[in-house]
Design a protein around this ligand. Structure first.
Ligand code: FE2
Length: 284
């Protein structure tokens, strides 16, 4: 099964921009690229920070943009979101019995469990008692079936102090719950605005750049959070035969494509085989 993971669009209402970029334009470009190259994906999951300041107008704009997507989409909330305004714009998104944006999506590869780690007025994540009870109930219901977790805040450090300060606490409790049930195969998260791959307590994990701005790689002692204009991306995720592959797609890349191998000899293509390179690429 193929699906799209995309995250942190930070939509602001027209005509605002953010970090000297236009989040709406960036998401529009991403959606057009998904439709062009991955129309066969089963669905898209967006892991939070849908709107930068959570205004109703931002969610209305987001809805208009997502209407162009040629597949079903499923949304999570992040620390920049406003749960009430989100629900007003996306009333069809399920919530749990306590109003948290938590729900389960059955797929051909297994069940996608969407978690709500948002704490109002805070940048850090919270997973409270009620939300834990919901997750425990879902994992119990899905006993013996593959589960893929989606959440905005990671429950672990990634080595960037400013982001680690706003991760999800209660890591041991979540890890113990996952271990007890034994059916979680993978964890997809947002929040960090960078491509990060790894494993946490034996569970493979990945995060992606945001569609607008990124967070600089400031490993070490500094607590400063740097914004950057590093390139955005979305993830093309393939799940087959109990194997997960995440391909990073730089959707603003316009560099030329050319055959790497000579068709006759199967050797590396020579310079003569290559198409003429646009002038703007010469010398890079
Ligand atoms: Fe974000």
């Amino acid at each position: 099964m193929k699906f799209i993971h995309i995250t942190d669009p930070h939509i602001v209402p027209v005509p605002q921009t953010l970090c000297a970029l236009d989040p709406r334009e960036r998401l529009t470009t991403a959606i057009a690229d998904i439709n062009r190259h991955h129309r066969d994906a089963a669905l898209t999951v967006m892991t939070g920070d849908l709107a930068y300041l959570g205004e109703p107008a931002a969610y209305r704009d987001l809805r208009t943009l997502l209407d162009a997507l040629d597949m079903p989409y499923h949304l999570l909330v992040g620390n920049h979101d406003d749960r009430a305004n989100f629900r007003e714009a996306f009333p069809e998104t399920p919530v749990d019995e306590n109003g948290f944006v938590q729900y389960v999506v059955p797929t051909r590869a297994g069940h996608f469990v969407m978690m709500d780690t948002m704490e109002a007025e805070a940048s850090f994540g919270i997973y409270c008692e009620k939300r834990f009870e919901w997750l425990e109930a879902q994992l119990t219901l899905l006993a013996g079936q593959p589960v893929f977790l989606f959440l905005h805040h990671p429950p672990f450090d990634i080595g960037i102090n400013s982001l680690d300060a706003s991760r999800l606490p209660d890591a041991d409790r979540l890890a113990n719950l996952i271990k007890k049930h034994g059916n979680v195969r993978y964890m997809f998260y947002g929040h960090v605005h960078r491509a990060v791959w790894g494993a946490w307590r034996g569970i493979p994990t990945s995060a992606l750049p945001g569609t607008n701005h990124q967070v600089g790689l400031t490993l070490g002692d500094t607590d400063e959070m740097l914004g950057t204009h590093e390139r955005p991306a979305y993830g093309v995720v393939l799940i087959e035969d109990d194997c997960v592959n995440v391909h990073l797609r730089d959707f603003i890349d316009e560099s030329p494509r050319f055959p790497l191998l000579d068709k006759a000899s199967k050797n590396a293509a020579t310079a003569a085989d290559l198409p003429s390179v646009p002038a703007e690429f010469v010398g890079i």
